[in-house]
Design a protein around this ligand. Structure first.
Ligand code: TRP
Length: 488
């Protein structure tokens, strides 16, 4: 290929890839959303369903993405061009780029919230003196989050800080940036969460938290809404559907074993989700607080817990540090997808590409940050009153971007990738490529099961989730089927 040929960067080891991919998967979704969903939907029963979804859709799709990337050794768009030249499949790559752009824009805003709480907890700003009653103190702590997001200075400042952190990591490249930081941050995240679990275990009255998370309420899983919640969570928690794993897979040497890596990533993601539950719920129960507060669980309820717990300031700081780490390693994977494409196709250089794209994405995130601000004379730009009409119900800018990415681009991308591998690429070529570095896979029943899951089962299930997320079908809390809820 002459002088123009530049060697593609590769991970230093299989472990490096697994840590980086696990870093992408383990994010805000694991630390607040999973525990809350599990609690809301019948604890152990939800867990069982979730694991089932991981096995029949999550793991197969994880392997699909890594396989596409490793085979093509290209960014999301060119990977499809490489494997199926002169076909429209590369458009799937553009759906991925769009999803990455949209998700990162609001993900960074939420990650900024964790920076604010890391700062406030470390500085001890919400430990009010006990001349005021306990109830008043609790209310004051819980109100910090609402007050913080309904102003724009600090959320925007942290949004900038967080995007800058992403730039620093991604601009340094795959090996010196993403791999270097994943190898430091991921073990640290595991360590921090384990310390937190150990601490809350010794709180008086923490036992309720364990039964809350693990008791099986069998009635709850007969609700189709719960099944679909589990499916959606499995899908999004693993960073599937937009080519994050295609991009990371494209930095793998061809002789690495794929099935094993995919299994490791799925196990690591699930482990952190469970560990987060084990760190959060026992503490919430020990202080008789509300376990199903959703997004407020982490930012309103937990700070109250920290004010009451011996050593709370230290453990609270460690908790928000974990949240920040989880968010950072996910955000860099989102940025890398877009940077890899523009860097390789337009050859602007990695640093310049990273800075330019991060600034554009950061600017697009501003209306998301303003979506919690009420318009007033002081904040004329507040957008909390601005509801954008959308089938299934009007949404704020923040919710709309989240919805477009998470509920439209990702399932569509995942569905098309399954169809690509299951029906278009050709079974022989797929199995040959998948078993490179893992020869047993070509003839083993697991290989056949995987291919059929990708061909038949996963597309069907993802289509169902898709239809559901657009409220073409939906279910009431009692499990009754409803069509086009809120559409007209
Ligand atoms: N998986 C991450 C989380 O749980 C979020 C995420 C990062 C993601 N990259 C992604 C989701 C790509 C879908 C696609 O928070």
């Amino acid at each position: 290929r002459g002088i123009l040929y530049m060697k593609r960067e590769h991970w230093g080891s299989q472990l490096a890839f697994v840590l980086a991919a696990a870093g992408s998967a383990v994010g805000l979704g694991n630390i607040w959303k999973f525990p809350y969903l599990a609690g809301k939907n019948g604890g152990g029963a939800f867990l069982l369903l979730y694991v089932l979804c991981l096995i029949i859709v999550g793991l197969p799709l994880m392997l699909v993405e890594i396989l596409i990337g490793r085979t093509a050794q290209k960014n999301v768009v060119s990977s499809f061009r490489e494997i199926k030249p002169k076909s429209p499949w590369f458009l799937v790559g553009f759906i991925g780029l769009l999803a990455g752009f949209l998700i990162l824009s609001f993900y960074s805003v939420v990650a900024g919230w964790s920076l604010e709480f890391l700062y406030q907890t470390a500085a001890g700003t919400y430990w009010f003196d006990d001349t005021i009653s306990e109830q008043v103190r609790n209310d004051k702590v819980a109100a910090i989050f609402g007050n913080f997001i309904s102003d724009y200075h600090r959320p925007l400042m942290w949004h900038c800080v967080f995007m800058t952190l992403c730039i620093v990591v991604v601009a340094c490249g795959v090996k010196n940036g993403i791999e270097f930081w994943s190898k430091i941050l991921m073990p640290m995240l595991f360590g921090l969460v384990l310390i937190l679990i150990a601490r809350v275990y010794f709180l008086e009255g923490s036992g309720g938290g364990y039964s809350f998370l693990f008791s099986v309420n069998w009635k709850a899983i007969w609700n189709p809404k719960v099944v679909l919640d589990a499916m959606g969570q499995a899908f999004f928690s693993l960073s599937l559907g937009m080519g994050a794993m295609i991009t990371y897979g494209s930095y793998l040497d061809p002789e690495r074993s794929l099935p094993r890596s995919a299994v490791f990533v799925v196990i690591a993601d699930t482990a952190v989700a469970l560990l987060a539950g084990l760190a959060i719920f026992p503490a919430v129960f020990a202080f008789n607080l509300e376990p199903s507060a959703g997004p407020g669980l982490v930012f309103s309820t937990l700070p109250i817990v920290f004010t009451k717990m011996a050593g709370g300031r230290i453990f609270g700081t460690l908790f928000f540090a974990s949240l920040l780490i989880a968010a950072l390693t996910s955000a860099i994977s989102l940025l890398e997808v877009v940077v890899a494409y523009f860097n390789e196709e337009y050859k602007m250089g990695r640093v310049k590409t990273t800075v330019v794209l991060a600034i554009i994405i950061g600017l697009f995130g501003i209306p998301s940050a303003l979506s919690f601000v009420a318009p007033s004379a002081a904040c004329p730009l507040g957008m909390s009153q601005m509801k954008i009409p959308f089938p299934g119900g009007a949404k704020t800018f923040f919710d709309l971007v989240d919805h477009m990415a998470s509920n439209l681009c990702l399932p569509l991308g995942g569905l098309l990738m399954c169809i690509f591998v299951g029906w278009s690429w050709g079974k022989d070529k797929v199995m040959k490529s998948a078993s490179q570095g893992a020869e047993w896979f070509a003839t083993h029943p697991l290989g056949t099961i995987w291919f059929n899951l990708v061909r038949f089962v996963a597309p069907l299930i993802v289509t169902l989730v898709f239809i559901y997320s657009f409220k073409i079908i939906s279910f009431t809390n009692e499990g009754t089927l409803v069509f086009f809820k809120g559409w007209f």
